[in-house]
Design a protein around this ligand. Structure first.
Ligand code: B12
Ligand code: SF4
Length: 464
């Protein structure tokens, strides 16, 4: 590489593992339309350093032929790909195609999969470099080394942690941003809607999530300053006139002091937009005044991971909450007019039927405005996955690099009576009725799924 040549950079969001090609913009589903904050942020830092950055959002392509065609016509020196666990197979295929068509292009991978499984990439010949953790500082550094005619020392590089307030704001328009503006996360969220990240990391230890989460964002958890978040919102309001905001932070309400400061600034700006954000039952119970304040500025939905109605299971997954707090937090939300998107897990290792019924009771008592009852999915890189391995609960042929979305209701681990779970799930939520139109839509798009889906529906109704 000649000295001082400014490299051309392309970022790729594989994102089609769960929705398939050609779905972008065809529905309001966030999955096919949301931007990827990691890539948008890395893109912004690179542009700020004077690079020409281009993005391929694979959700906008129709087939692998389409992808090959795009790569053939692409003028680029470096390609950065974000890889999550479900997207691993898609990314692998994409990388093989790129190297076949353009062998000299330098491939850099990052995201959750390389972070949690760096060793996978040691022998992945087509990958030139992997960056674990956060990519905003280290990716441009590696590019700089190559530009200067050098070779980065290692194939696997640990990403340096940035000071979040010093980062340029995510370059949302690397994606077709009109798509994100028109989709929603919680029911009836008024468009245009924007997604935000106010911080990174989490202080809790839930075994279905950690240590994977901390491996990516590190400890301690960090928040941008409230001023920094508000300033970005101001720009977004002026540009897109949003009516609603979704905060993607794992736990937006970790620091009540931060929230109070944020609320005061938010109110002054008169954004006139609703807010949806994640919280936890214990935090809500300890900070009713904070909940009240958030409701005053327009927060109308809390996403809360209740997970279980059994204290033994809550302790097993190290949730750090009590069943009592679950009930109390729901009461507090109701008091201030905040709707609840409740997340629940059934089929955890060692869970008894009595404990499953306790979760069902919790759902029926709390009556979240929207409930997401999932079947526990063991995600490699988490403490509970190791427990499943230890107890020999991982089914034959389970591929941790090819996991499905949580909303898929099929057996996940050995030793769970899924017929029983299916029955209680139907009873407590009536979810099947709500998802039928969505499923039909999916079948029209993917006719090959009609026979398996018909079998599934027959099975479901036979169980009632
Ligand atoms: C938004 C979100 C989603 C959205 C994704 C929308 C989208 N287009 O991005 C939806 C709802 C679809 C989703 C689905 C799932 N999600 Co999710 N999601 C999140 C969430 C809340 C925010 C992600 C985010 O924007 N983070 C902030 C950005 C800045 O970080 P980032 O994307 O990781 O990028 C940084 C680094 O990873 C790295 N990086 C990323 N890409 C690249 C590329 C290169 C080249 C480089 C160098 C670096 C790099 O640098 C970036 C900047 O520092 C996180 C939790 C969280 N707060 O982070 C969970 C989270 C990522 N999700 C998680 C999970 C488990 C899932 C599902 C697997 C759940 C399921 N089974 O259904 C699916 C998988 C879907 C898929 N195809 O990958 C877990 C992942 C845990 C794990 N061990 O893998 C997380 C951490 C939540 C948790 N606490 O458990 N998710
Ligand atoms: S609170 Fe959420 S992000 Fe934090 S460890 Fe638990 S599941 Fe993970």
């Amino acid at each position: 590489m000649n000295k001082k040549t400014k490299l051309r950079i392309t970022l790729i969001y594989p994102g089609i593992a769960t929705c398939g090609f050609g779905q972008a913009g065809k529905s309001q589903s966030g999955e096919v339309n949301w931007i990827h904050h990691g890539l948008a942020s890395i893109g912004a830092q690179l542009k700020n350093k004077g690079y020409n950055v281009h993005l391929i959002d694979m959700r906008t392509l129709n087939s692998w032929d389409d992808f090959s065609e795009v790569i053939k016509n692409l003028k680029t020196d470096v390609i950065g790909i974000s890889i999550s666990n479900p997207d691993f197979k898609i990314a692998k295929e994409a990388i093989k195609i790129i190297k076949k068509i353009k062998p000299s292009v330098i491939i850099v991978v990052g995201g959750l999969n390389p972070t949690i499984f760096p060793d996978t990439y040691k022998d992945f010949d087509e990958v030139d470099y992997a960056i674990t953790g956060e990519g905003e500082i280290t990716f441009p550094k590696i590019i700089r080394i190559i530009e200067d005619g050098g070779t980065p020392l290692e194939k696997i590089n640990k990403g340096e942690k940035p000071n979040l307030d010093e980062l340029c704001w995510a370059d949302r328009e690397l994606f077709d941003y009109s798509r994100e503006l028109s989709c929603h996360y919680v029911p009836n969220q008024k468009p245009p809607t924007v997604t935000m990240i106010a911080g990174r990391g989490c202080i809790y230890q839930c075994t279905y999530c950690q240590p994977a989460e901390s491996l990516t964002y590190g400890k301690p958890y960090r928040m941008r300053s409230p001023q920094n978040v508000i300033a970005e919102l101001r720009i977004l309001k002026d540009k897109f006139n949003f009516n609603s905001i979704t905060f993607w932070d794992d736990t937006f309400t970790l620091n009540p002091k931060w929230i109070f400061e944020f609320c005061d600034l938010y109110e002054k700006e008169k954004f006139n937009a609703t807010i949806a954000a994640c919280s936890r039952a214990d935090i809500i119970c300890r900070n009713e005044d904070m909940v009240k304040r958030l409701s005053e500025i327009g927060l109308d939905w809390f996403m809360i991971g209740f997970e279980s109605g059994s204290q033994r299971i809550l302790n097993l997954i190290k949730k750090g909450t009590t069943v009592e707090q679950h009930y109390k937090s729901a009461e507090i939300c109701r008091k201030y007019g905040i709707k609840i998107l409740g997340s629940f897990m059934f089929g955890l290792p060692t869970e008894t039927k009595k404990e499953q019924l306790a979760t069902a009771k919790l759902i029926m008592d709390i009556k979240p405005e929207h409930s997401s009852p999932f079947y526990f999915l063991p995600i490699k890189g988490t403490e509970i996955y190791d427990l499943c391995v230890e107890k020999n609960l991982i089914p034959e042929g389970f591929d941790p690099f090819n996991i499905e979305r949580t909303g898929v209701y099929k057996p996940r681990i050995k030793g769970v009576d899924y017929k029983f779970l299916n029955k209680i799930r139907m009873k407590v939520t009536g979810i099947e009725k709500r998802t039928i139109p969505y499923r039909l839509l999916g079948l029209i798009r993917h006719p090959s799924r009609i026979i398996p889906a018909t079998k599934r529906i027959i099975r479901t109704y036979a169980l009632r």
